[in-house]
Ligand binder design. Structure first.
Ligand code: C2E
Ligand code: MG
Length: 576
């Protein structure tokens, strides 16, 4: 019959689509198969033959095959041994078992081990054999596609999240053995949504592909790059002998993003935020490592893009607290956990002239939480709008109530802090108007405090809102004056009536010569611009005296009083 490792073609010059290798040591069986295979005028199969597992391995090493027809009883391999050896060597080849035994259990085991089909000698005809071969090829292709998709991101061809995590787990195990550090990077593109929105989704896809290619160029062959989802990528770097090496990578990544991208001939710039965690195998699991890198990335995002941050324990703790609070702050308003306190403002004679409403959160488990901690959370989650409405209404209602009872002066000024997000909110004017109407609080006694930075960002629409509110009689004061950069000529044009000297300047009076003179200069400036001025954070008699001499006439600070609940405010007012 055929000598071992022989190739048989039906027609020399045919274009063969399916390359088949028959592994069969029995010459009679081999001939029978050959006849069956080519009985129908089959033109697209090229058949090679060999008599042993060793021969099969040799041919597989030299040539390409789609299907192997494998006998389970070979001189050098018995049972599933041959199948396993072949799949180990060539996992992409479809294997059809041709067995003389009709043993159900073996058949099942063969299919479980990766064979595509199991057919019994003497029980199939030409048609069935051809069909088995062709189906085996198709099934194998689909299997391969599915396993590719299970491991890779179809858009960029990079590893996907699942396979990235598996690689991190493997390298954590290696690090446990060899004590070498590894680094996980979490990369998020800044404003990727805008690219999608302005150029369309296919341009967004194109950008991701180009970004992936640039990242790949920054890395060594053994470094792992993956696309986690959407615009998120991750990198794993092993054997980090020098932790500074991860710095070099982040520098390269940030640098390659500096060049423009071309999306259907449009030039587009894009930036990234990177979070990195460097650790030893026994310090974190793969999930923890990715979470740490994600947290560091979250911090990097706050730097307004194109930056990198490293994870450390303190960051982990603060972000954990933040996440817990973020969830509970959303419920705080509905649960009635928010309260207002009022900090008195006095004149040179220590007479109560106004109050500033300050928000407090009485968390059921944590206790009293101060606004510097939760206002940013409210802003980030968008809840500041709802909460700001509540503050405004609650403050006006309470102070009007005290005025009505004669507990405080009918002319008492009420200052309410307003965040930038609230001013930008289109319905802000209506809300203020409605609150004033409903509570009866006099518009000209309501002072809205906004920070210098918010005021300076004054877009057209903000200015319009400011002016509409001013027409109602509401006034504005600049909070924390001196801490944001103000162009003085621009400042003069803005519709505010009062500046609050930031407490950092006040507290340095007497300690720091430069700041003391600055306080004097701010007071001078306010006179020049014909604005009122209040000194914030006055804690000592010395500070007060200096301010008085400098020409300041209104004061707020612990020297006079901390913020008070309404009842304590009544007592405070009664004493003056
Ligand atoms: P702010 O507007 O500068 O408020 C003054 C802060 O200084 C208050 O802190 C007050 O307790 C504190 N303070 C007053 N006098 C002294 C003093 O003599 N020494 C010292 N060391 N501190 C003094 P608080 O209540 O923690 O508020 C912090 C910030 O949170 C406020 O700064 C304000 O920007 C914001 N905030 C408070 N309530 C609200 C609110 O209802 N809405 C918005 N958007 N922000 C608010
Ligand atoms: Mg304030």
């Amino acid at each position: 019959m055929f000598s071992s490792n022989e190739r048989v073609n039906l027609k020399e010059d045919t274009h063969f689509e399916i390359q088949v290798l028959q592994v069969e040591d029995n010459p009679g069986d081999a001939r029978l198969m050959f006849e069956l295979l080519f009985r129908e005028q089959v033109t697209d199969i090229k058949l090679s033959q060999t008599e042993s597992l060793q021969g099969a391995c040799k041919l597989i090493g030299e040539d390409y095959f789609d299907v192997i027809l494998l006998d389970l009883s070979l001189p050098d391999a018995q049972g599933l041994e041959g199948l396993l050896a072949i799949l180990k060597m060539a996992p992409n080849i479809a294997v059809v078992i041709i067995s003389s035994s009709d043993d159900e259990l073996t058949a099942l085991k063969a299919l479980q081990s990766g064979a595509q089909d199991y057919i019994v000698k003497g029980r199939f005809d030409s048609y069935a054999l051809n069909k088995s071969i062709r189906y085996a090829v198709e099934r194998k292709k689909i299997e391969e596609r599915l396993s590719y998709l299970a491991l890779n991101d179809p858009l960029t061809g990079l590893l996907n999240r699942a396979s990235f995590m598996a690689r991190v787990t493997e390298s954590i195990d290696r690090s446990k053995r060899n004590g070498e550090k590894l680094a996980v990077f979490f990369i998020d593109m800044d404003q990727f949504k805008q690219v999608n929105d302005s150029f369309g989704h296919s341009a967004g896809d194109e950008l991701l592909i180009q970004v992936a290619a640039r990242f790949r160029d920054c890395l060594r062959a053994q470094d792992i790059l993956a696309r986690l989802s959407g615009d998120e990528f991750a990198i794993l770097i092993e054997q980090l002998d020098e932790p500074e090496n991860s710095d070099k990578v982040t520098q390269k990544l940030l640098a390659v993003m500096g060049q423009p991208f071309y999306l259907s001939k449009q030039q587009v710039y894009s930036t990234i935020s990177i979070g990195v965690t460097v650790f030893l195998g026994n310090e974190a699991s793969s999930e923890e490592a990715l979470k740490q890198a994600d947290m560091a990335m979250y911090k990097a995002k706050k730097n307004n893009g194109s930056s990198c941050e490293y994870f450390d324990q303190a960051l982990g703790e603060s972000l954990q607290v933040r996440r817990i609070l973020e969830v509970s702050v959303q419920r705080a308003i509905c649960n009635g956990e928010m309260e207002l306190e009022y900090q008195p403002q006095v004149d040179v004679d220590n007479k109560l002239i106004g109050v500033e409403a300050l928000l407090r959160w009485r968390h059921p488990a944590v206790g009293l939480v101060f606004p510097n901690l939760f206002i940013p959370l409210l802003e980030d989650t968008g809840n500041i709008i709802e909460c700001g409405k509540w503050v405004l209404k609650e403050a006006c209602q309470t102070i009007q109530g005290l005025i009505d009872r004669g507990a405080v002066s009918a002319q008492l000024q009420l200052s309410v802090n307003i965040s930038a997000k609230q001013i930008k909110w289109p319905d802000f004017y209506n809300t203020v108007n409605e609150v004033l109407v409903k509570t009866g609080f006099p518009a000209d006694q309501l002072v809205l405090e906004i920070t210098e930075t918010t005021l300076m960002q004054g877009s057209e629409c903000n200015i319009k809102t400011f002016n509409q509110l001013r027409e109602l009689g509401v006034t504005f004061s600049i909070d924390n004056f001196g801490t944001g950069f103000s162009s003085l000529s621009y400042l003069a044009k803005l519709p505010f009536s009062c500046m609050k000297i930031d407490r950092s300047f006040v507290q340095d009076i007497g300690n720091d010569k430069q700041n003391s003179t600055l306080v004097g200069a701010i007071i001078g400036l306010s006179e020049n611009l014909n604005k009122d001025v209040i000194a914030e954070g006055v804690e000592t008699r010395g500070q007060f005296d200096y301010l008085v001499v400098s020409g300041c006439t209104k004061f707020q600070g612990f020297l006079f009083s901390k913020s008070l609940d309404p009842n304590s405010l009544i007592r405070f007012a009664a004493k003056r």
